[in-house]
Design a protein around this ligand. Structure first.
Ligand SMILES: Cc1cc2nc3c(=O)[nH]c(=O)nc-3n(C[C@H](O)[C@H](O)[C@H](O)COP(=O)(O)OP(=O)(O)OC[C@H]3O[C@@H](n4cnc5c(N)ncnc54)[C@H](O)[C@@H]3O)c2cc1C
Length: 496
C-alpha cells in the first residue's frame, strides 16, 4: 500500500499521482542517496543550486524531464531574447554575456540581452564546467519525478523506463512550482477546424509560403515579441490582426538597467516605493509609475487590467502601435475557416490566415505556500519579477541555517496572478522580504554584491544624481509604504 504521494506535479496542479506499485516489482533497479533532490533544472533550480553549494556542504541530485538544464528556454521561439539584461540573469557565480551596452540595433543604449540559444549554452556550461566538476552535483535529464512513498522519492527515465529510488537526507526542492507555460508545450483552450492553420510562434520561421494575413492571439510579451518580429521582418501592419482582450502594464526597459546605468534602476525603486506610500489602490499605483515613465502601456486610451512583469522598450512600443487591427472581443472559443467564435460574438475571417497562438500564460499564477518546510523547499518568487535573483536568494538562505521559521520570515513568497488589481499584494511581500534581508548583515552584504541584483554596486555611483536622490526618497518613504500596503492588502504588519 502506497503512502500519500506528494509529487511536485500534483503541487503545481499538473497531473494525477503516479501509481508506483505495479512498476516497482519489475523495474526498480537503482537506489541513490543525496542531501537535496532538486526537481527542475530551469533557471530557478540552477540559480538555487549554485548558491546552495557555494554556501553549504552536501550533495545535490537534479532531475528534469528535459534533456538538459535551461527549462523553458530549451523550447523557446527562435526570436526570443531575455526581457531583462543578461547582466542580472543566470546563476550568481558566472556571468552571462559580457556586460556590454549595445551600441547598435534595436537594443542600442541598453545592456545586452541573451538569446535562448545563449542562455541554454550558458546553463550547459554551468552544469558541465561548475556543478559536475564540484563532485557534489549529479544531473539526470529526460527524467520525470513521480512522487514519494515509504521507500523514498521516485523518478523514472523517460528513455528507458528505469525507476530510481532517491533517499533524501535533507530536502526535496520543488523547482517546478513557478514553471513557465510556453506556446510550444501548451494546449490551446479553443477548438479549430481541420483546415485552419494554428501554430506556436516557434513555427513562424518554418512557413514555406506567404500567408493571407497573420492573426496573433494573446496579450502577453510573447504576442508582443511575435508582432514585433513580423513587423521587423517586413510584414505590413495591416496584415496583422491582434486579439488582445486585456492590455498589460509593462516595465519600461530604460528603468531596468544595472551597472553603469544603475541610476535608472534606483530611480525605478524609489518611484515604486513612493507609489506604494501614496497610492489609494492598484490603479493609482500603476498610474503613478506611468507618470514617472517606469510603467508603460501600448494604448494610452485603454486601461490595462493585466500585469506579469514583462519589460519592453519605447522602440518596440512604437512599432506595436502601428498595428491597428486590434480585437478586444473576449476569449476565442473556436477558429473556423470563415468565422472566429468568441465568448462575445463571432468575427468574420478568411482562409489562408496563419493564427499564431500566444495564449500560454508564461509566468503562471500559483498559490503561495511557505518556501521552507520540514522536508521540502518550494521555490517561488521572492523578488519582483526577477526569477534568478529570487532563487539564488533562497539558496543562500537555505545554506545558512536550519530554522525554517526564520528562513520563511526572510523569504515571503509573492504571487503573480497576472491581474493588475493584485499589484499591492505583489509589492507587499516583495518589500517585506527585501527589508528583512537588508536588516541581516550577512544577507545584506551578499545582496549588495550579487550580480543577479540589478541594484548591486549602486553605492559606487553617487556621481549619478539619481542614486543619492533615490536613496533619500527610499529612506523617506519606506515606512509609509509598508503601512499603506498593509492597509491596502489587509496584510499584517511586517516584523523586520
Ligand atoms: C519568453 C519568456 C521570457 C522571459 N524573460 C525573462 C527575463 O528576462 N527575466 C526573468 O527574470 N524572467 C523571465 N521570464 C520568466 C521565466 O519564467 C524565468 O526567467 C525562468 O526561466 C523560469 O525558470 P523556472 O526554472 O522557474 O521554470 P522553467 O524554465 O519552466 O523550468 C522548470 C523545469 O521543471 C521541469 N519539470 C517540471 N515538472 C517536472 C517533473 N515532474 N519531473 C522532472 N522535471 C520537471 C521542466 O521540464 C522544466 O525544465 C521569461 C519567460 C518567458 C516565457
Amino acid at each position: 500500500m502506497l503512502a500519500t504521494v506528494d509529487s511536485v506535479a500534483m503541487a503545481s496542479g499538473a497531473e494525477a499521482p503516479y501509481d508506483l506499485a505495479p512498476r516497482r516489482k519489475a523495474e526498480l533497479v537503482r537506489e541513490i542517496e543525496t542531501d537535496y533532490l532538486v526537481v527542475g533544472a530551469g533557471t530557478s533550480g540552477m540559480a538555487f543550486v549554485d548558491s546552495l553549494i557555494a554556501g553549504a556542504d552536501g550533495e545535490v541530485v537534479m532531475a528534469d524531464r528535459r534533456h538538459g538544464p535551461g527549462g523553458h528556454w530549451l523550447d523557446a521561439y527562435p526570436f526570443v531574447r531575455l526581457h531583462q539584461p543578461s547582466a542580472n540573469y543566470g546563476v550568481n557565480s558566472r556571468s552571462l554575456g559580457n556586460d556590454r551596452i549595445d551600441e547598435t540595433g534595436p537594443n542600442a543604449g541598453f545592456y545586452e540581452r541573451a538569446t535562448a540559444a545563449e542562455i541554454c549554452d550558458y546553463f550547459a556550461r554551468v552544469l558541465e564546467q561548475d556543478f559536475i566538476p564540484s563532485g557534489r552535483v549529479r544531473f539526470f535529464g529526460m527524467t520525470d519525478y513521480r512522487g514519494v512513498d515509504q521507500d523514498g522519492h521516485h523518478f523514472t527515465s523517460l528513455l528507458t523506463g528505469e525507476d530510481t529510488i532517491i533517499k533524501v537526507r535533507r530536502k526535496l526542492v520543488d523547482a517546478t512550482y513557478v514553471e513557465s507555460s510556453i506556446p510550444s508545450r501548451h494546449e490551446p483552450k479553443f477548438t479549430v477546424d481541420p483546415d485552419v492553420r494554428v501554430i506556436p510562434p516557434n513555427d513562424l520561421v518554418d512557413l514555406h509560403e506567404p500567408a493571407a494575413g497573420f492573426t496573433v492571439l494573446g496579450a502577453g510579451k510573447t504576442a508582443m515579441d511575435t508582432c514585433n518580429w513580423l513587423l521587423d521582418a517586413g510584414v505590413d501592419p495591416d496584415m496583422i490582426q491582434w486579439f488582445r482582450p486585456r492590455d498589460p502594464w509593462l516595465m519600461n526597459r530604460t528603468s531596468t538597467q544595472p551597472l553603469e546605468l544603475v541610476g535608472a534602476y534606483m530611480h525605478l525603486q524609489s518611484c515604486w516605493v513612493e507609489a506604494a506610500a501614496e497610492a489609494e489602490d492598484a490603479t493609482e499605483f500603476a498610474h503613478r509609475l506611468e507618470g514617472h515613465d517606469v510603467f508603460v502601456r501600448i494604448d494610452p486610451h485603454i486601461e490595462p487590467r493585466a500585469f506579469r512583469g514583462a519589460t519592453i522598450s519605447t522602440r518596440e512600443l512604437e512599432s506595436l502601435r502601428t498595428i491597428e487591427r486590434i480585437v478586444r472581443q473576449g476569449k476565442v472559443l473556436h477558429i473556423g475557416t470563415h468565422r472566429i467564435v468568441t465568448d462575445q460574438g463571432d468575427i468574420a475571417t478568411n482562409p489562408n490566415q496563419v493564427y499564431v497562438d500566444c495564449t500560454a500564460a508564461g509566468v503562471r499564477p500559483t498559490i503561495a505556500r511557505p518556501i521552507f518546510e520540514t522536508d521540502r523547499i518550494t521555490l517561488q518568487y521572492v523578488t519582483i519579477g526577477i526569477v534568478p535573483w529570487g532563487a539564488a536568494t533562497v539558496g543562500v538562505v537555505e545554506a545558512r541555517s536550519d530554522d525554517d521559521a526564520e528562513k520563511n520570515r526572510l523569504c515571503p513568497p509573492l504571487v503573480f496572478t497576472g491581474d493588475a488589481a493584485d499589484i499591492p499584494r505583489l509589492v507587499h511581500p516583495g518589500l517585506t522580504g527585501l527589508l528583512a534581508r537588508s536588516a541581516d548583515p550577512d544577507l545584506s552584504a551578499w545582496t549588495e554584491t550579487s550580480r543577479l541584483n540589478p541594484a548591486s554596486g549602486a553605492a559606487d555611483h553617487f556621481d549619478d544624481p539619481r542614486v543619492p536622490a533615490a536613496l533619500a526618497s527610499l529612506a523617506a518613504n519606506i515606512g509609509t509604504a509598508m503601512t499603506n500596503l498593509e492597509r491596502l492588502t489587509g496584510a499584517p504588519a511586517a516584523t523586520v
